[in-house]
Design a protein around this ligand. Structure first.
Ligand SMILES: [Fe+2]
Ligand SMILES: [Fe+2]
Length: 304
């Protein structure tokens, strides 16, 4: 007999069902169709940035000082495209992991139905980011081939907190930037609208994943906790490390390797990473996911 977890039984918890019901109600009341809700034909004006300058990876360095204002805007365009390209790569990973998650669960439970709803949200986000990248006239920046292939192993095998913690890191670090820029009038209006849509829908995903971590952590034994905490930190480190594709620097005439080295050593950029990760790292710490095996990894990539 196939074991389908019946999440409506007390084992799954009423609290989890109530949260899922709230998230489902909010999804049907407040979701976007980027095809209709974004004016894709609006002209992409010149002279507006795509990221606040102080969030660009080279800000504060000598290389940055030597760029003209036009080049700074150009770099912000490519860096935003790299963030969007990496973001949509991770969203496709999440779609597969959520489908695997739902496979084992009772489709009648609100909890499973919310996981399926989130697949729908992420599908629209991937298309929205891809269209925005196309509209900005920049290439689709992707992670290096070995990370692309390593992620295949991850998305096929990860379970529980090792799924939800890196997902939260990816979602919450981009969310921090998007919240900052969605009301910033110096940022391109197309990008502000994309960010606004994403922020609204991601707030539900964050609630869902945070609740799962809080529910699962007390149930894990010491070995599983150690394995998942370490795996979550390694995957999160990969995500933040591939966020900025070095090829972005070529767009403003810089040597990609040299500029990437300057960005990695840039104290201002390190501070930006910690700022982006501030809320999610506090949560993971609170939940017992930042311990002796994972903390050094988060520190190494400046998420802590
Ligand atoms: Fe998303
Ligand atoms: Fe999401």
């Amino acid at each position: 007999m196939t074991a389908v977890r019946n999440d409506r039984t007390p084992r799954g918890g009423d609290r989890r069902e109530r949260t899922a019901q709230r998230l489902l109600a909010s999804s049907s009341a407040n979701s976007y169709d980027p095809d209709l809700d974004i004016d894709w034909d609006a002209p992409v004006e010149d002279g507006l940035a795509f990221l606040p300058f102080e969030r660009v990876s080279l800000y504060g360095t000598r290389l940055w000082d030597e760029l003209t204002d036009q080049q700074r805007i150009e770099l912000s365009r490519h860096e935003l495209a790299s963030i969007a390209g990496t973001g949509l790569w991770f969203e496709i990973i999440l779609i597969q992991m959520l489908a695997r998650y739902a496979y084992h669960r009772d489709p009648q439970s609100a909890h499973t139905q919310y996981a399926l709803t989130e697949i729908g949200d992420e599908t629209r986000h991937v298309i929205m980011f891809a269209k925005a990248i196309e509209r900005m006239g920049v290439p689709t920046y992707r992670p290096p081939a070995f990370v692309h292939h390593l992620a295949r192993l991850y998305k096929a095998t990860a379970r529980g907190t090792a799924v939800f913690a890196p997902v939260l890191v990816a979602e919450e670090i981009t969310d921090r930037i998007q919240r900052e820029t969605m009301r910033d009038e110096s940022i391109h209006p197309l990008i502000r609208m994309v960010n606004r849509i994403h922020v609204v829908e991601e707030a539900r995903h964050v609630r869902f994943a945070r609740d799962e971590i809080a529910r699962l952590m007390p149930r894990l034994g010491p070995v599983r906790t150690l394995v998942n905490n370490t795996a979550a930190a390694i995957v999160s480190a990969f995500v933040i490390s591939v966020l900025m594709n070095p090829e972005v620097y070529r767009a403003v005439g810089l040597d990609p390797r040299e500029a990437a080295r300057v960005a990695r050593a840039n104290p201002h950029h390190r501070e930006t990473r910690r700022w982006m990760a501030e809320k999610i790292m506090a949560f993971l710490d609170e939940q017992g996911m930042v311990t002796w095996s994972s903390r050094p990894i988060y520190r190494l990539v400046h998420l802590l």
